[in-house]
Design a protein around this ligand. Structure first.
Ligand SMILES: Cc1cc2nc3c(=O)[nH]c(=O)nc-3n(C[C@H](O)[C@H](O)[C@H](O)COP(=O)(O)OP(=O)(O)OC[C@H]3O[C@@H](n4cnc5c(N)ncnc54)[C@H](O)[C@@H]3O)c2cc1C
Length: 281
């Protein structure tokens, strides 16, 4: 990425106006850690998002409101009932990258290794975008393809609403890497809501192993309304991914990565179940 100029707005309306005026020559920049991965060599003006008040986390009813420019390190440091993103944050690369990367930057341009898309799909997050008006969309809509398409008119992601994981609910997040800070081969996230011993609803999502982060509809359907057991959760993950396309990676066949994804998703579901049982009692 070739940055030839830098704008440092201090108000959101100023940033939005700069992005609109500059058009395709503008690049919103938060932590700037992705620039090394972006091959384009057209001259661009960076518009800094760090002085717009877009950072911070606060409880808002039964959800958390997270500013798009909130550092991954801040997600990692937070601990309170209902908050689960610390578990995702802790797995993202190294502490140096977590100190700079923002949640918004991690999800506005999705890389195969991006950690938060699968987690937000499983949690049923809402994404709030600001242009001439404010609009909120579901994680399913936001991640239906590369979110960069949503910002071409100079719009910005301002905040993310993440439901608190409450009574009878649990979240699981697992990924497989070859080294402690390496890129993921398979990333899985799951959310279960129990009703007595049964599963009232299940959300499951994969990334890294598949071409783009995606919900696992067949796995979710195989679990909803059933009595929970470890066997059921693992079997649903093993049998429910047959419709998905998997990628080859690091000398491993697509078939192998598919098996790895199924096992990883089974682990995430079991972790979600353990938390849901704990929160049910
Ligand atoms: C060596 C290395 C290893 C890494 N490993 C991992 C890993 O394992 N897992 C992982 O998840 N991440 C990893 N990352 C980080 C990841 O690749 C991204 O670089 C990072 O998440 C981007 O966050 P950022 O705040 O730096 O965004 P930036 O680089 O500033 O921006 C990223 C993109 O999002 C756009 N953008 C940013 N904020 C907004 C907004 N509010 N509204 C609209 N558009 C916006 C920018 O225009 C840009 O296109 C790694 C990074 C490095 C350098």
């Amino acid at each position: 990425m070739k940055i030839t100029d830098f704008k440092i707005p201090t108000r959101l309306d100023e940033a939005l106006a700069a992005l609109r005026d500059l058009g395709p020559a503008a690049l919103p920049v938060a932590g700037a850690t992705s620039l090394v991965f972006i091959p384009e060599d057209q001259p661009m003006t960076a518009v800094d998002l760090n002085r717009l008040g877009l950072d911070g986390i606060r409880r808002d009813g039964d959800a958390f409101r997270i500013g798009a420019a909130t550092r991954v390190a801040a997600l990692q440091k937070r601990h309170e009932p209902g908050w689960v993103l610390d578990r995702v944050a802790l797995t993202l690369s190294s502490q140096q990258i977590r100190n700079e990367s923002t949640l918004g930057g991690n999800i506005c341009r999705v890389f195969p290794w991006s950690d938060f898309p699968a987690a937000l799909l499983a949690l049923g997050a809402g994404l709030v975008i600001r242009g001439a008006q404010e609009k909120e969309m579901t994680a399913d809509e936001f991640f239906s393809s590369q979110p960069a398409r949503l910002f071409r008119g100079g719009d910005l992601l301002t905040h993310i609403r993440v439901p608190a994981v409450g009574a009878g609910a649990g979240f699981g997040y697992k990924k497989v890497r070859q080294t402690a800070t390496g890129f993921s081969l398979a990333t899985a996230a799951a959310c279960l809501q129990l009703d007595g011993g049964g599963i009232r609803s299940a959300r499951a999502a994969l990334s890294a192993a598949v071409p783009f982060p995606a919900r696992c509809a067949a796995v979710e359907a195989a679990l909803a309304g059933k009595k929970a057991s470890e066997g059921l959760l693992r079997e649903a993950a093993l049998n429910g991914l047959s419709g998905l396309k998997f990628k080859e990676a690091e000398g491993m066949s697509a078939e192998y990565i598919g098996r790895l994804a199924a096992v990883t998703l089974g682990d995430a579901l079991v972790e979600a179940w353990a938390q849901a049982k704990e929160q049910a009692s």
